[in-house]
Design a protein around this ligand. Structure first.
Ligand code: SAH
Ligand code: SF4
Ligand code: F3S
Length: 454
């Protein structure tokens, strides 16, 4: 009963939480396997941000529960955002679920599994579903550094959760419900985790939170004009062995002078920023309850580009928010082009019951959403290709992450602007920063050759 398969839906925060659960389980002697067929326990770490994400996970859970007919000892659990958001209601559809664990309870998963197994061993019949969804004060500190038991997982690039929850109320968004109140981990605990990760070979650290630049707003005092988030960046920057630092997601509202200025003096921040725009139309931004305007966004990006020449900019956009007219969308399209985003995540609006936008329904036709989505995807492809093509012949410092998924002898790494580069390399270059001359470009990545003989 000790082989566990964890399937993760949703954002990097979920990836990170799944890693933490895996590490806790390994420390208790479980084996983490990479396929459900080999597993005694299947855990789905779920997302609620769009309806499709929920449907996928419900479908998968249904399939897994059906498998129990053939494999009666199989245990199936749902963790994370959808467990938190839908709660016991999920049991109406999935009564044979063994475990339902919310976003503040990941650290209880090993105990719950042990309890289920010993109950089965003691009495035979399966106990009823264990449901653990309550809020828990201090839960941001309970997910221990994800390192114990993870000897085999030496990663060049590691995620570090710096906070949980969100206190904003973007009209469309379910995350404040699924993740609860905003609360942060102390700087010292985060740095301790980063030091351990660096000792294990991590070179790139991605700091995760729903709005990272509101980190520590209530708990940590400013030092002069330096906000708690920038203090954290400074502390992580000082860790030996860390070569690059990224963070996701910041909010345009909190993207203040001290953070912009930090890019000028903390070289490990590189030249990549993900800054969610959501819409380029002021009236839609207002309806979304996003407290900034197109002009404010433009100003932030202009200041960033002054400090970071050659900035690579990424964003999130929602198309088809209720009330989005052709003119609103045109404002988004034109601004998307003006900002010349290098990367973007374009989402079709999905009504989330319980959000403040839910009563507005979903008046924009599916075809219109689809068309708007495509317009932005096409633009993105053009912009990305243009930017990559301009690098042909230049030498970029590439952090080598892993063998490429395809291509014998090819390795994958990223530039300081977080662009993907494939090049012929060697196993021992993994984790190194190497100069690569760019030879070919596509919208998704570039090809290159090592510049010096190693
Ligand atoms: N905290 C992050 C976003 C987390 S959710 C931030 O504020 O940037 C990730 C992205 O999903 C959001 O940026 C948004 O673009 C998208 N999203 C959130 N709710 C959505 C919904 N109801 N429909 C479609 N996309 C949505
Ligand atoms: Fe959702 Fe807005 Fe919070 Fe991001 S800032 S998680 S979009 S409510
Ligand atoms: Fe989804 Fe939860 Fe992340 S709703 S986007 S997995 S915070």
């Amino acid at each position: 009963m000790n082989r566990v398969y964890i399937k993760t839906y949703g954002c990097q925060m979920n990836e990170r939480d799944s890693e933490a659960v895996a590490a806790m389980l390994r420390a208790r002697g479980y084996a983490i396997v990479s396929h459900e067929d080999e597993a005694d326990v299947v855990l789905l770490n779920t997302c609620s941000v769009r309806d499709q994400a929920e449907q996928k996970a419900i479908g998968k859970a249904g399939q897994m529960i059906k498998l129990k007919r053939k494999r009666p000892h199989l245990l199936v659990g749902i963790m994370g955002c959808m467990a938190q958001n839908r709660g016991r209601e999920l049991l109406d559809r999935l009564p044979d679920l063994d475990l339902l664990v919310g976003t503040q309870k990941f650290h209880h998963v090993p105990d719950h599994l042990e309890n289920i197994v010993s109950a089965i061993q003691a009495h035979g019949p399966r106990p009823s579903t264990i449901v653990d969804l309550e809020e828990e004060a201090g839960s941001q500190n309970t997910i221990r550094p994800h390192l114990e038991g993870a000897e085999d997982e030496k990663k060049v690039s590691a995620f570090v959760s710096i906070m949980q929850g969100c206190n904003m109320q973007c009209a469309y968004c379910i995350v404040p419900t699924t993740r609860g109140e905003e609360r942060c981990r102390p700087i010292a605990a985060i740095v301790e985790e980063v030091v351990e990760l660096a000792a294990r070979g991590a070179k790139e650290i991605t700091l995760l939170g729903q709005i990272v630049n509101s980190y520590g707003r209530r708990e940590v005092p400013f030092v002069g004009k330096i906000s708690p988030f920038v203090q954290l960046l400074e502390a992580v920057h000082a860790v030996d062995g860390v070569e690059r630092i990224r963070f996701t997601s910041p909010h345009p509202r909190g993207f203040k002078e001290d953070l912009i200025e930090a890019f000028g003096r903390l070289p490990k921040l590189g030249s990549y920023v993900h800054l969610p725009l959501q819409s380029g139309s002021d009236s839609i931004l207002k309806a979304m309850n996003r407290p900034y305007t197109q002009e404010a966004f433009r100003r932030i990006v202009a200041s960033l580009r002054q400090v970071v020449p050659g900035l690579y900019l990424s964003t999130d956009i929602i198309v088809g928010f209720p009330g989005e007219t052709d003119e609103d969308f045109e404002a988004t399209r034109a601004f998307f082009e003006e900002m010349a985003f290098d990367q973007g995540f374009i989402f079709k609006y999905s009504v989330r019951p319980g959000t403040t936008a839910a009563p507005l329904g979903d008046p924009i036709a599916k075809e219109i959403k689809e068309a708007r989505n495509q317009v932005l995807l096409d633009l993105l492809e053009k912009q990305s290709l243009r930017r990559h093509t301009a690098l042909i012949g230049q030498v970029e410092m590439v952090l080598v992450e892993a063998p490429a998924r395809r291509g014998e002898g090819l390795y994958m790494g990223r530039t300081a602007g977080y662009r993907k580069v494939l090049f012929p390399g060697r196993e021992r270059l993994i984790g190194a920063l190497v100069p690569v001359k760019i030879t070919e470009a596509s919208a998704s990545h570039m090809m290159g050759q090592l510049e010096v003989s190693e």
